[in-house]
Design a protein around this ligand. Structure first.
Ligand code: NAD
Length: 380
């Protein structure tokens, strides 16, 4: 079984889908691993460490040639995969919504693409959850980005020259990224509040020592699988009213709100930003999915006329390339291990496994996932 890893081609991508640690484990399972020279360089994993772990370090084309499994952080283009074995498994983050044409191109070249972001949120699959591992780091990094941009201290400081008041941090969306943002801001000494549309988030926010803010008009907008559903127009209005009065008193706002398969909900309007004091900082961790803040410019840092800085990095995990790669690679390894038959010491995909069924997008030349439809395709 040949497994290939190539350097990520997407702009600004610093992560790598396998580390020397996971390569060693894959070799231990009996796989042959080939990796493109320099694939781990931006994440600080030198070629020599991959070689020591048992990989062949080579060119991209040579790594891909006859590979039966290709591990990737982002969805590769067809040209990168030319030469892979027929039906090769391409496993990574596939970002399929809005990119159905690209998924179709991969289907037609005959590879089996596996979207790790579709991993079911069940106990068995927690170790394979790339959304959680990467969101956790993004929540942490988002607070650090805010802290270095903010021109004041986070903690309360009592000095001989007087007291500096602690920064007020408001986290919108208390899922994986939001909870880590709350914990990080608390560790830095800020006074933290947070909101979410799922009632269950309230207890988690409070257990981290932050204040939970939620309007009475919105009881609970939990959807399926632990995710949120989209709000109704009335609920949106009630939430906006609450946000408007709270945000004006905040120094830092970290937004993380997402709804699966939908653009990020717009939670912070231009008027709300204008109500904030000069020097305030907003970090929009939903920038990649359109942003939670009306004024966010993806991949830019903008400062408004009233002196509020809005940070819109689209790939925050890539700002922590080493940690993000370590966790991402372990997520992939954990999934691969389930496909390994310990008796025969061979890889054998069980197509009936619920994890496989949930994540396979393309197989035998066609798109097979029920959620992915080509624009214009007939719906069942
Ligand atoms: P996510 O990235 O889809 O969304 C981030 C947060 O934004 C969520 O908490 C969501 O409720 C919130 N949100 C959506 N619309 C909002 C709005 N209009 N206003 C404010 N907040 C809004 O979610 P996530 O971080 O991936 O996690 C969602 C839940 O799933 C969490 O409770 C998490 O603990 C749980 N989870 C479970 C598992 C598992 O395996 N059991 C794994 C990971 C996460």
């Amino acid at each position: 079984m040949k497994i290939a890893i190539v350097r990520e081609r997407a702009d600004g991508e610093t992560r790598v889908a396998a580390t020397p640690e996971t390569v060693g484990k894959l070799v231990g399972l009996g796989a042959t691993v080939s990796i493109e020279a320099g694939a781990g360089a931006l994440a600080r994993f030198p070629d020599a460490d991959y070689a020591k772990a048992g990989a062949t370090v080579t060119t991209a084309a040579d790594a891909i040639k006859d590979a039966e499994i290709v591990l990737t952080v982002r969805r590769p283009t067809v040209d990168v995969l030319i030469g892979a074995a027929k039906g090769a498994l391409v496993i990574g983050s596939m970002d399929p919504y809005g990119n159905e044409g690209e998924i179709d191109a991969l289907a037609r070249m005959g590879v089996t693409t596996v979207a790790m972001e579709f991993m079911p949120r069940i106990t068995r699959a927690q170790v394979m959850d790339i959304l959680s591992s990467q969101a956790n780091l993004a929540g942490y990094q988002g607070v650090l980005d805010a802290a270095v941009t903010f021109e004041r201290a986070f903690p309360m400081m009592m000095t001989a020259a007087g007291t500096v008041r602690p920064a007020k941090v408001f986290v919108m969306g208390a899922g994986v990224a939001g909870l880590q943002a709350i914990a990080t801001a608390k560790r830095l000494g800020a006074v933290v509040s947070a909101t979410d549309v799922r009632a269950a988030a309230g207890e988690q926010v409070e257990s981290l020592g932050a204040k939970f803010i939620m309007t009475d008009a919105l009881k609970d907008a939990s959807g399926t699988g632990g995710y949120a559903r989209e709000l109704t127009a009335d609920e949106k209005a009630a939430q906006a009213e609450l946000t408007a009065s709270h945000i004006a008193k905040q120094d830092i706002v970290i937004t993380t709100a997402l709804i699966p398969g939908r653009p990020a909900p717009k939670l912070v309007t231009k008027a709300m930003v204008e109500s904030m004091l000069p020097g305030s900082v907003i970090v929009d961790l939903a920038a990649e999915r359109g942003g939670n803040v009306e004024l966010t410019k993806p991949n830019e840092i903008v400062t408004t006329a009233n002196g509020v800085t809005i940070i819109g990095y689209t790939n925050v995990p890539a700002r922590l390339a080493t940690s993000a790669s370590q966790l991402f690679a372990r997520n992939l390894y954990a999934f691969l291990e389930t496909m390994f038959d310990k008796k025969t010491k061979a890889f054998a995909v069980n197509w009936d496994d619920e994890l496989v069924k949930a994540t396979v997008l393309t197989k035998d030349g066609a798109i097979v996932h029920p959620n992915i439809k080509l624009p214009g395709a007939a719906t069942a």
